[in-house]
Design a protein around this ligand. Sequence first.
Ligand code: AMP
Length: 178
Amino acid sequence: MNICVYGAASNQIAPIFLEQTEQLGEALAGRGHTLVFGAGGNGVMGAVARGAAKAGGEIVGIVPNFFPDGVLSPACTDIRRTETMRERKQMMEDVSDAFIMAPGGVGTLDEFFEILTLRQLDRHQKPIAIFNVDGVFDGLLQALSRLHEEKFIGNTGITAFSAFSDVEELLTYLEENA
Ligand code: AMP
């Protein structure tokens, strides 16, 4: 499968996030999957790609033209370019069979919510997982659960994703639901 990982561009994060997302990349490629990601060489993006490279995986980086080559991960085995950030999100969606939100900031959350909204609207049926390293998404998961209880989010929206702290369980979920 082609598995898209969304994750932080920032390098200022604690080592646990880099270590665990590197393990995610390694396990993903070790199970024979191709990594699709935002091509960045820093932060969580860089860590996932380093992990996938360790396991000898295919690594597809999708990046808008305005990003300088210097920020790209040297681990990419294939770089695809788009004009805009929106086209990039579209290409990531089109080429991927499953999606993972790893720890990240605004860009990562934007990507997650877009892919979740599209699933809710039946624009695709691909599985979505959250990699909840060190409980970093606990607050977000609580907020989503409350919004579901209050019926702002319907059953389709809340059941369209699952959160995991274990890499192998996460990958099994995607494989079984793709
Ligand atoms: P953030 O979570 O705000 O760090 O944004 C990271 C997410 O947004 C990644 O999944 C990328 O697809 C995209 N993105 C934002 N900034 C960058 C960057 N400097 N290099 C590559 N991708 C980026």
